[in-house]
Design a protein around this ligand. Structure first.
Ligand code: ZN
Length: 327
């Protein structure tokens, strides 16, 4: 067997207004803007990548911000919730932070062993912050206004909304994800180990309605392949069950795509080469980066995309008074 798929690599969703999307994920959630590029299939529109300080696999949420996109509706055959991971002790911080920033947030309560906060981004995309004991240390974004202790670690996992479980469960098993828990109509699958984004929940509803793609909906989820060789081996395994695309060059990773039987588009993306391929880690996201083959069209592309401004907030610093008191 190829080396294991340890968890999610990235989640890609659709947004509308690019500036509003950028502001929410950097200034409210404190993620780093790790790449400012365009949709390679539609270079007149942006492709944004957010993540931890270096844009590590398992932390990357990406968006196609289409300014004129109308709002979508989530439904069966789609990802309905994208969950981030924080330590259990940070949940109160996040509940307060979101409330203070006028983001309606609901403390959903305990789900399996974890505490969950649920809210929506400006396009209505449903986000969860999951507080749990195994959140690990953060590679906290250098410009975020969120204290590093409370920084979003990366993904906890996603929830797929499905009419039935069996066929999706079978392909998850092929990929090395085993069912580890069940609660009502929610089945939880996890890979071995504790990589970020290693939880895939199936929420089963035989009567669930189909959704409509648009702003606020997830386009696809990508899992991690350790390298090109592992990706090719996994491609062979998956092709025994489903149609899989050839390997596509996504500049920052190599990708294959397949639609799982319940309808969600899956991708398998390589960890290398990553986001420091074309700019240093210190200045990730500050300038528009496009692949070599699009450079001849740079001027036309820059004319078509809306100008955006990245506000780099500095981390909060603790001030010591002469008496040694922290203020
Ligand atoms: Zn992708």
């Amino acid at each position: 067997m190829p080396s294991p798929i340890v968890g999610l690599h990235h989640v890609t969703a659709i947004a509308s207004d690019p500036q509003r999307n950028l502001d929410f994920y950097t200034e409210v959630l404190g993620l780093r803007f790790v790449k400012r590029t365009v949709n390679f299939d539609d270079p007149g529109t942006y492709h944004f990548y957010f993540g931890d300080d270096g844009g590590a696999p398992g932390t990357i949420l990406t968006f196609f911000p289409w300014p004129r996109a109308s709002r979508g509706q989530t439904g069966v055959g789609e990802v309905t919730k994208t969950a981030f991971s924080v330590p259990l002790s940070s949940l109160a911080y996040w509940e307060q932070r979101l409330s203070e920033l006028s983001v309606p947030v609901e403390r959903t309560g305990k789900r399996f062993e974890e505490e969950v906060l649920t809210f929506a981004d400006p396009d209505g995309m449903k986000i969860e912050i999951v507080g749990h004991a195994d959140a690990g240390a953060a590679n906290a974004p250098r410009f975020a206004a969120v204290p590093p202790d409370h920084a979003i670690r990366g993904f906890f996992g996603v929830t797929l909304y499905e009419k039935s479980a069996d066929a999706t469960a079978a392909i998850l098993n092929v990929m090395g994800f085993k069912q580890i828990a069940e609660e009502g109509n929610r089945l939880r699958f996890a890979s071995e180990g504790s990589a970020l984004g290693n939880h895939i929940d199936l929420l089963i509803d035989a009567n669930g309605a189909y959704g409509r793609s648009g702003a606020g909906t997830v386009h696809h989820i990508a899992f991690r392949a350790s390298d090109d060789a592992a990706q090719l081996e996994w491609r062979e395994e998956i092709a025994k069950h489903l149609d899989v695309t050839p390997v596509l060059d996504r500049t920052y990773f190599q990708s294959i795509y397949f639609r799982e039987p319940g309808g969600v588009l899956f991708e398998l993306a390589t960890d290398p080469p990553g986001f420091t391929l074309d700019e240093p880690v210190e200045s990730l996201g500050e300038e528009l980066r496009i692949p070599e083959w699009l450079e001849p069209r740079r001027e036309a592309i820059e004319k078509r995309i809306l100008p955006i401004t990245l506000h780099k907030s500095m981390p909060p610093i603790e001030l010591q008074t002469a008496a040694g008191k922290t203020v």
